[in-house]
Write a protein of this length. Structure first.
Length: 173
C-alpha cells in the first residue's frame, strides 16, 4: 500500500468514527430525554388521578372544623376538596406548558428512527445496500432526523415566527 492510500484509509476511518459518534450521541440524548419526559408526564398524571380520586372521598367525609395538626385553623372537607381541585389544575397546566407527553413521544420516535438507520447501515441493507458512500448517507439521514425533530419542537412551542426572524437576521448579515 502506498502512503496516499493509507492516508485516505485513515481519513475514511476517522470520518466513519465521527459519524458513528454523532449518531450514538444523538441516540443516547433522545433516549434519556424520552425517558425523563415519560417519567415527568406519568408522575404528573398519577398525582392528578390521586387528587381527583380523593375529592369525592374528602367531600363525603363532611368534615367541618377538624383539629388538623392542632393548628387551630378551621379546615372543612370543602376546603380540602377545593385545594385538591386547584392542585389538579396546576398539575395539568404544568404538563400543558412543558409538553411532557409530546416530548416523550417525539423523542422516543426520533430515537427509534435513528436506531433503525444505524441497523440498516450496519447490515448494509435498504438504501445502504447499493449506496456508493453509505457513511455519507448515514450522516445525512442522522442530521435530517435531528433537524426535523428540532423543527417540530420549535413549532410545538409556537416559536416558528421567532425562528424565521432569527433566520432572516442571520441571512442579512
Amino acid at each position: 500500500m502506498t502512503q496516499a492510500h493509507l492516508a485516505t484509509q485513515e481519513s475514511s476511518t476517522a470520518r466513519r468514527a465521527s459519524i458513528l459518534t454523532r449518531l450514538k450521541d444523538q441516540i443516547d440524548w433522545y433516549d434519556k430525554k424520552s425517558a425523563r419526559n415519560q417519567g415527568r408526564y406519568k408522575g404528573l398524571k398519577i398525582l392528578e388521578i390521586v387528587a381527583a380520586a380523593l375529592i369525592p372521598f374528602i367531600a363525603g367525609l363532611n368534615i367541618s372544623n377538624p383539629s388538623i395538626f392542632d393548628s387551630g385553623i378551621p379546615i372543612s372537607s370543602n376546603v380540602i376538596a377545593g385545594i385538591l381541585g386547584v392542585l389538579i389544575v396546576v398539575l395539568e397546566s404544568v404538563q400543558s406548558l412543558n409538553q411532557y407527553q409530546n416530548n416523550w413521544l417525539n423523542y422516543r420516535s426520533t430515537c427509534e428512527k435513528l436506531k433503525h438507520e444505524e441497523f440498516l447501515w450496519n447490515a448494509k441493507a435498504g438504501d445502504y445496500a447499493d449506496c456508493e458512500d453509505p457513511d455519507r448517507l448515514l450522516a445525512e439521514r442522522t442530521e435530517s432526523l435531528v433537524s426535523t425533530e428540532h423543527a417540530q419542537w420549535i413549532s410545538s412551542r409556537g416559536g416558528i415566527d421567532k425562528t424565521k426572524t432569527i433566520s432572516a437576521a442571520v441571512e442579512q448579515e
